[in-house]
Each structure stands twice: as structure tokens, then as C-alpha cells.
Write a new protein. Structure first.
Length: 98
């Protein structure tokens, strides 16, 4: 059964956040994940990021195991300090049908 991370993001430093975003996709793909949606509730799927913007992200993995392996991987964990320096992030894992 697929697993989904749903995240809410409050960008606090645009430059640092962009550094994180430019690197995190490769770590997601390495564990078979994909970004299903990234954007804001009111400005479409790919908004210009501005300080204070609230973003939403949805990541899809084949199952909870793959999702957990990505989250706990050294590749992703090395990006967490960069992520935290650029934004306040809440990331929750859900299981669900396709």
C-alpha cells in the first residue's frame, strides 16, 4: 500500500530553502519516492517562494518501509539542518490506497 508524507512549510529564509529544495529531490527519488504536489493553497502548484509563504508538499512512496528508509537515510538526514535553517517544517506520514 502506498505511503504519503504530507508536509506544511513556513519558509523563513528563501535562499537557504532553495538550497535545500535543489538537493532533496534526488534523495526522494533514490528511495523510489516522488513529489506529487508542492505549492500553496492559493497560488497554484509552483508559486514563487517568498518569506512567510506557507507551502504544502505531498510525497508518495511505494510503502511505509520505503518512506521510512528515505526519512532516516544519511542522505536525507544530512539535509535536515539546511531544511531547518530555511523553514519550519511539519512532516506527517500516512498510508493509503492509490
Amino acid at each position: 500500500m502506498p505511503a504519503y508524507y504530507v508536509g506544511t512549510i513556513q519558509v523563513t529564509n528563501v535562499e537557504i530553502w532553495q538550497q535545500y529544495v535543489s538537493q532533496v529531490g534526488a534523495t526522494i527519488e533514490a528511495y523510489g519516492g516522488e513529489v506529487m504536489f508542492r505549492g500553496t493553497r492559493d497560488s497554484g502548484p509552483l508559486p514563487a517562494v517568498r518569506s512567510g509563504s506557507r507551502l504544502i508538499v505531498v510525497l508518495r512512496f511505494v510503502d511505509e518501509g520505503a518512506a521510512s528508509r528515505w526519512h532516516e537515510s544519511a542522505d536525507y538526514q544530512r539535509l535536515v539542518p539546511l531544511r531547518d535553517a530555511g523553514a519550519e517544517v511539519s512532516l506527517m506520514l500516512y498510508s493509503g490506497a492509490t
